[in-house]
Design a protein around this ligand. Structure first.
Ligand code: BT5
Length: 326
């Protein structure tokens, strides 16, 4: 039997038609075996044109997140994606990354799923992850740092997502501090970073990234605040291509900044800066203006009373976004 991936690779690398005979020669198998694999690929959604006496030609690729499709779209040096685990359904790709992280999976492993039955946001919130509608993935990192030194990773991941979206779709994705990627005033992506550590040592770190790609609609409670790349561009998005672009950007940024710092670009992409904001602190509501991002990633807010405070966690409402009031 020819390897599925080998056949697909040959078809991908060929512009015109390739005869069954040529394929069977290159793969070292019978023409009947080639035909069987072609049928299998068609069933997986690949469009393969066949013309008598000319042979086969790849004319369409499905929105598949199979390992083969993801590998075909990886362009980085190979650390991120050294191991790819692609699942049809999982509770949460972060949970899968933790399970495999505990079992020794290497730095740079990527876990991706078509559907999450228990997709998670921060603080126990739910992340809507319907089958096929988005790119849900987690990256396992094993940096040699203290738990206090990982303050840059969520911010760096957000920049990688913005760059990946921009390069694939041309959409100007921006960041709502700390972990939301937005297009216009709606959320297209959320990031949840989780950690396994002792006081003196990080075992592993998992940025989990969810990008809405092909959703046509959202549940009513999200319709004011959520959007998808398809809703913004009108185009069908191939998740494997988007994943390849995000991982390429992630690799470049990670090699430069590690987990403790983040690119200056974060500040120029951050829509929270310069806008009126409100937040809860010590049981009270504070309003003010977001004026900066500290080196440790905290949001600096000048309150109405003129005091400057550093916000390290929690929800910050930004005027004009998600249909929320200050
Ligand atoms: C986040 O939390 O935004 C982090 C989301 C991380 C999801 C990824 S997917 C891969 C990996 N595996 C996981 O299980 N999680 C990660 P937070 O800032 O707490 O925002 C959660 C809020 O966003 C919810 O309370 C909803 O209001 C909203 N929300 C839920 N699903 C959404 C969606 N698909 N698109 C936009 N907004 C959504």
């Amino acid at each position: 039997m020819p390897d599925h991936k080998d056949l697909l690779d040959i078809l991908r690398q060929t512009d015109g038609y390739l005869s069954g005979e040529e394929l069977s020669r290159q793969l070292g198998v019978t023409r009947a075996a080639v035909w069987k694999k072609i049928e299998q690929l068609r069933q997986e959604g690949y469009e393969i044109d066949s013309v008598t006496r000319r042979g086969y030609r790849l004319t369409g690729v499905p929105d598949s997140i199979s390992e083969a499709e993801i590998r075909a779209n990886l362009s980085g040096k190979g650390t991120f994606g050294c191991r790819i685990v692609s699942l049809p359904s999982v509770d949460s790709t972060n949970e899968e990354a933790k399970r495999q992280g505990d079992a020794g999976a290497p730095h740079g492993s990527v876990f991706v799923a078509d559907e999450q039955t228990g997709g998670k946001g921060r603080l126990g919130r739910r992340w809507v992850s319907a089958p096929g509608s988005g790119l849900w993935f987690s990256i396992l990192l094993r940096p040699d740092v203290l738990p206090s030194e990982i303050t840059g990773i969520t911010l760096l991941s957000a920049v990688a997502v913005c760059r990946g979206i921009q390069s694939l779709t041309g959409c100007e994705a921006r960041i709502k501090w700390p972990n939301d990627v937005v297009i216009g005033t709606k959320k297209v992506c959320g990031i949840l970073t989780e950690l396994s550590a002792e006081m003196e040592h990080v075992h592993y770190l998992i940025p989990g990234i969810g990008v809405n790609t092909n959703n046509g609609a959202f549940p009513p409670e999200l319709s004011d605040r959520a959007t998808s790349l398809k809703m913004e561009t009108g185009q069908d998005i191939r998740r494997a291509v988007l994943l390849g672009k995000i991982l390429e950007e992630f690799e470049e940024l990670y090699n430069r900044y590690g987990v403790s710092s983040f690119p200056e670009e974060y500040r120029s992409l951050c829509v929270s800066l310069g806008r009126p904001v409100s937040l809860q602190r010590g049981g009270c509501k504070l309003t003010g203006t977001a004026v900066g991002i500290a080196p440790d990633g905290a949001l600096l807010v000048r309150t109405q009373e003129g005091e400057e405070i550093a916000v390290t966690s929690g929800e910050v409402v930004v005027q004009g976004f998600y249909g929320e009031k200050l």
